[in-house]
Design a binder for this molecule. Structure first.
Ligand code: VAL
Length: 184
């Protein structure tokens, strides 16, 4: 089974682009978005603000075309990952309790081969994520029980087997206008 990959808008709520642009964040495991605590950017990569004339998205410069496709151009505004450190964003799902999280962190392992150069962080489900998020004092959020089902009471995923939740979560992101692209 190949994991789907999704590109999701994380609207910025602090920093110079607050209220006017979204980070475009990439993940191959949509079900872990419930446990998102941060978005990782490489400190030395240049990130550009791109627009289709309507909205603004932040992606790694080398991935602009590959991630966004036709109709998107750079606005001329750019930042290094280092400059973006600690910019806050609105998390994709607020199903679990979480405070003082959801900002850009820097990580050396982020590449510009695939995705957007902005990697969704869920420390409970990835070794790199755990190491990176620990350095920022971020909590480990794990609402999945040992039997692989989400804890009860978690809205649209409560009680569901983790892998089965992908579909519902992607549908919900789409409905709320947060899904940019879904490669199944
Ligand atoms: N960072 C990984 C991803 O985006 C996981 C482990 C959360 O798919």
């Amino acid at each position: 089974v190949v994991d789907p990959s999704v590109f999701v808008r994380f609207p910025l709520t602090s920093g110079p682009l607050a209220g006017e642009a979204s980070l475009l964040v990439w993940t191959t495991t949509p079900w872990t978005l419930v446990s998102n605590t941060a978005a990782a950017a490489h400190p030395d990569v240049t990130y550009v603000v791109a627009t289709d004339g309507d909205e603004k998205l932040v992606v790694a410069e080398p991935l602009l075309e590959k991630a966004l496709g036709e109709g998107w151009t750079a606005t001329g505004q750019s930042f290094t990952g280092r400059e973006m450190e600690r910019w806050a964003y609105r998390r994709p799902f607020d199903l679990v309790e979480l405070e003082g999280a959801n900002f850009v962190v820097n990580a050396e392992y982020v590449t510009t081969e695939d995705g957007t150069g902005l990697v969704h962080q869920a420390p409970a489900f990835g070794e790199d994520d755990l190491r990176t998020c620990r350095a920022y004092g971020l909590p480990v959020v794990n609402p999945v029980r040992p039997d692989g089902t989400f804890e009860e009471g978690l809205g649209l995923v409560g009680g569901q087997f983790f892998k089965k939740a992908d579909e519902k979560l992607v549908a919900d992101l789409t409905e709320r206008g947060l899904l940019f692209k879904h490669i199944a």
